[in-house]
Ligand binder design. Structure first.
Ligand SMILES: [Zn+2]
Length: 253
């Protein structure tokens, strides 16, 4: 069984109000490892905090597949989920499509984040950037100030790649939902991220995890064509080479 993780801090920061579903503490991961045999870990996106998992790999002799979004590492793609989460942490109201929304508690913020995220998820990179940019302009603020330094650098990746229990895979360039993109864009996302990782880290990259788990027949064929041997989804029940099942931590605890 393969567990999928994202941000893995030691503690959930008190001020976190949104995107809480993508935060799994080291303590939670360890309790899963204690209670479940034959687990393998995987972590998506490229969060710096994944370094915190290394002692667990050694202690429980488990492997980690680390799926990296190259645009987030190179800062060529806006980390829109981090920007919006961070904005919501710091503000208790926001303007959205001409309305002012009161977001007093963590639940309201989380609900708003999820609704906005759902709207942005299926868009192209250009459409997503345009809408997020508009959201910040409507709120009279610049998105850049809400970026935190949460993703690894190439140097960090070179270090973690040395670990015998870690394998680096791709999580595309721009973290877009592949099935709703053009064939040219899908192939670019798959091929470019693989080549970039191989060139910068000097290793073979044959594994992929689909952003948001999104894949269909066309995406899976293009992934094969781009040179991947295995690919991972999320929540999928039937497992096959190009859409292997993974499970979220909340399904296990
Ligand atoms: Zn992801």
């Amino acid at each position: 069984m393969i567990l999928y993780l994202h941000d893995t801090p030691y503690k959930v920061r008190n001020e976190v109000a949104a995107n809480i579903d993508n935060i799994d503490t080291v303590e939670l991961v360890e309790s899963c490892l204690v209670n479940n045999k034959n687990l393998m870990l995987s972590a998506d996106d490229g969060y710096k905090s994944v370094i915190n998992l290394l002692p667990l790999l050694e202690k429980y002799n488990v492997r980690l597949l680390f799926f990296v979004t190259t645009g987030l590492i190179e800062k060529t793609v806006y980390p829109y989920e981090v920007e919006i989460s961070n904005f919501l942490e710091k503000n208790s109201s926001c303007k959205y499509s001409g309305e002012t929304l009161e977001l007093e508690g963590a639940q309201e913020k989380d609900d708003f984040f999820k609704a906005l995220h759902q709207r942005l998820k299926y868009l192209s990179l250009e459409q997503r950037d345009y809408l997020v940019h508009n959201f910040f302009s409507e709120n009279g603020t610049n998105r850049n100030q809400y970026q935190k330094n949460v993703f690894m650098t190439w140097d960090d990746l070179l270090q973690i790649k040395q670990h015998p229990l870690v394998e680096i895979g791709s999580h595309c360039v721009s973290h877009i939902f592949l099935p709703s993109q053009t064939i040219a864009d899908i192939y670019y996302e798959l091929r470019e991220s693989k080549e970039r990782l191989e060139e910068k880290l000097e290793c073979k990259v044959t594994k992929l995890s689909y952003p948001y788990g999104g894949n269909d027949l066309k995406v899976r064929l293009l992934a094969r064509l781009a040179g991947y041997k295995e690919a991972y989804g999320t929540h999928n029940k039937k497992s096959k080479a190009m859409n292997q099942a993974r499970i979220g931590i909340r399904a296990l605890i």
